[in-house]
Design a protein around this ligand. Structure first.
Ligand code: IPE
Ligand code: IPE
Ligand code: MG
Length: 238
């Protein structure tokens, strides 16, 4: 079954660290290694789009040292990973509210995005200071300011992920069974896979289990099973 876009809630870094009597930031650092491995696995498997949840609108509520540590980790990773991202033709997009981020973080994100803008093998959307409700509200506000009608099509085109098709598969690691304000609009017909693995322990084998689960699903988009069988492929959303 075709799959273009995988989205992941990378959850469980803090627990991974706490289990090892390490500071939470050590878990986030290990989570970054896991993301690097996951990008490699997606490249190897020919996935076109990978979207990851790195920092939510709600994560500002964490202790200030953890928040600033996450900001520093992102900036450091951009510096360290840029050469490999270029070599692998990965195009970065940062998705989320820019207001609220420091000038340093904002310019780091903008520069990394511009530097990879002509890469075309894998689109990597990093949701940072992102919330699904923020995205829907900013899209509606933009249309209202432009005096445009609000329809499913116009709103969809105004969302922060309008440059990619909706996710086919959403994976959440860390064992929680919730979306936590991730891709609320775009998740409408995504297949969901919840992994008990903590994000730093998510590896190729677990990705392949998620892909196998996805391949076994029947995406009906409101049709009956018989209709799907008659067409011989999965129907599209209306
Ligand atoms: C996910 O891991 C990363 C971020 C939210 C930034 P957590 O930090 O939420 O890890 P747990 O859920 O506390 O284990
Ligand atoms: C969701 O994880 C956000 C990210 C992975 C970036 P959280 O750990 O913040 O979610 P809750 O608080 O358990 O719902
Ligand atoms: Mg968590």
């Amino acid at each position: 079954m075709s799959l273009q876009h995988i989205a992941i809630v990378m959850d469980g870094n803090g627990r991974w660290a706490t289990k090892r009597f390490l500071p939470r930031l050590a878990g986030h650092r290990q989570g970054m290694e896991s993301l690097r491995r996951c990008v490699r696995a997606c490249l190897d498997r020919g996935v076109a789009v990978l979207t990851v949840f790195a920092f939510s609108s709600e994560n500002w509520s964490r202790p200030p040292e953890e928040v600033s540590g996450l900001m520093d980790l992102l900036l450091n990773a951009l510096g360290k990973e840029m050469a490999q991202l270029q070599a692998d033709q990965v195009r970065l997009h940062f998705v989320g509210e820019r207001a609220g981020l420091s000038d340093k973080v904002r310019s780091g994100l903008d520069e990394a995005q511009a530097a990879t803008a002509s890469n075309a093998r894998l689109r990597l959307n990093v949701c940072f200071n992102y919330g699904g409700r923020w995205d829907i509200a900013q899209a509606a506000a933009r249309l209202a300011a432009e005096g445009q009608p609000i329809t499913e099509r116009t709103l969809n085109e105004a969302t922060a992920l309008a440059h990619v098709p909706d996710p086919d598969l959403i994976i959440r690691t860390g064992g929680e069974l919730r979306l936590s304000n991730f891709l609320l609009w775009q998740a409408a017909y995504a297949e969901l896979y919840f992994s008990p693995r903590l994000w730093p322990d998510f590896d190729e084998a677990e990705l392949d289990r998620a892909l196998a689960a996805y391949a076994s699903r029947e995406r009906r988009y409101g049709h009956t099973s018989e209709q799907v069988a008659a067409v011989g492929r999965h129907p599209q959303a209306a």
